[in-house]
Design a protein around this ligand. Structure first.
Ligand code: PGA
Length: 234
């Protein structure tokens, strides 16, 4: 980011991990060591069951961290058992990850459902962050922020096993980001996700058209996440 004045999103996607106690430990560790930078926009996306505790801990600690959800309902509030509607979530979250490849694969989410979720999020004033897996994934109308996350790059970064898996290269990710912006408008923010760690994060955020990172595995450990934030500062 050196020499650039763009602001950078660092978004933690905890997936289905962490008890409430673990969650609160993470918030106090990260919150108290957060580098003070106006141009770093830090978001944590815990499980639904931890959302209100995380929100409370961040508010009490006055930490510059936003809260996001990992999904939301395509329906409005009402008789939809088990769903988390945007109009209720808006009390707790500012952003919602939508259409993650794990949801597309394990819960048969379609592009049509994802479009509905984007609409619900926008109606509620929640920023939808739509995950796209490759250049062919459609970006719904009214979506201003996407995460390019190639499926083969997800959750391989901490294995340290050569040849088993890898993040995309920052240069390739940037090429994709440029193409998405050409197709959907230059105001579209493009985040990269897939095996981001403290070691490789800088390579992504210095790219001309990458506006941040979505971090899964490496965000679970508070120390590693702080290293990621510090690496962005260097
Ligand atoms: P990862 O996950 O950082 O563990 O690869 C990223 C994601 O799935 O959002």
């Amino acid at each position: 980011m050196a020499g650039s004045d763009k602001s950078i999103w660092i978004i933690a996607n905890w997936k289905s991990n962490k008890t409430i106690a673990e969650t609160l430990d993470w918030v106090s560790s990260v919150g108290s060591k957060l580098p003070k930078r106006e141009d770093l926009k830090v978001v944590v996306c815990p499980t639904f069951s931890a959302l209100s505790e995380v929100k409370k801990a961040i508010t009490v600690g006055n930490f510059p961290i936003m809260v996001g959800s990992q999904d939301l309902s395509p329906f409005e509030a009402g008789a939809y058992t088990g769903e988390e509607s945007a109009s209720l979530l808006k009390e707790l979250v500012e952003l919602s990850i939508i259409g993650h490849s794990e949801r597309r694969k394990n819960f048969s989410e379609t592009d049509e459902m994802i479009s509905k979720k984007v609409k619900r999020a926008n109606e509620a004033g929640i920023t939808p962050l739509v995950c796209v897996q490759d250049e062919e994934t459609p970006v719904p109308e009214e979506c201003k922020m996407i995460a390019y996350e190639p499926i083969w790059a997800i959750s391989t970064g901490l294995t340290n096993t050569p040849g088993v898996g890898r993040a995309d290269t920052p240069e390739d990710a940037n090429k994709l980001a440029i193409r998405f912006k050409q197709k959907y408008g230059k105001e579209l923010e493009v985040i990269y996700g897939g095996s981001v760690t403290a070691t490789n994060v800088k390579g992504f955020i210095i790219q001309s058209d990458i506006d941040g990172v979505l971090v899964g595995n490496a965000s679970l450990d508070a120390e590693e996440f702080i290293k990621i934030l510090k690496a962005c500062k260097e």
